[in-house]
Design a protein around this ligand. Structure first.
Ligand code: ATP
Ligand code: MG
Length: 157
């Protein structure tokens, strides 16, 4: 399982500038309602891509947690989803959540289930996303922002 801190190869600002045309779903997160919109669009794309009902729900939940984090901690950002075709592994959905918010200082701690800086929250969002998906990577830099890249393969069923 991929789980990185800051990667020199990943430029947060460049990810943030990714054009909408590169993705099947591109949602700006700026208002609380956008979280539900992101969830719904992720669900629809996963359904169209032929994911099982259980996996559609997992993908939608992951997107909703990432969108909620953007809204809460960065105020605004984007959720971008792309359907990829891997010859060996079959269809694959990649989700990129990016923001130019405050970034995360305690990057080693945030993946710990139960760690939160938000009052009355459970701190299970990011560890939950990692568990629900097949791949997970987080890049964050204080003062520049945060990027989460996570994906799920379509299983044969
Ligand atoms: N996009 C982000 N920008 C800045 N900090 C973030 C971002 N996403 C998460 N964090 C930090 O990581 C911590 C853990 O996030 P996580 O989603 O796991 O839990 P939570 O949001 O605190 O609670 P829950 O998701 O269970 O409601 C947050 O409390 C916050 O400090
Ligand atoms: Mg959260």
């Amino acid at each position: 399982m991929l789980h990185k801190k800051v990667d020199e190869n990943l430029d947060i600002d460049r990810v943030f500038d990714s054009p909408a045309e590169d993705f099947d779903v591109f949602i700006r997160i700026a208002r609380e309602e956008d979280i539900a919109v992101a969830r719904q669009m992720a669900k629809q794309l996963a359904q169209e891509a032929g994911f099982s009902l259980a996996d559609v729900t997992k993908i939608a939940t992951a997107v909703s947690e990432l969108a909620r984090n953007i809204y809460r901690y960065a105020k605004q950002g984007r959720i971008m989803i792309k359907k990829l075709l891997d010859d060996r592994e079959g269809p694959y959905l990649e989700i990129i959540a990016s923001d130019n918010g405050p970034g995360i200082a305690e990057i080693d701690l945030v993946m710990t289930r139960g760690y939160t800086t938000y009052e009355r929250s459970l701190g299970i969002g990011l560890s939950g996303v990692k568990r629900l998906m097949d791949t997970f990577a987080i890049y964050s830099e204080v003062g520049r922002g945060t990027v989460v890249i996570t994906g799920k393969r379509r299983r044969k069923f």
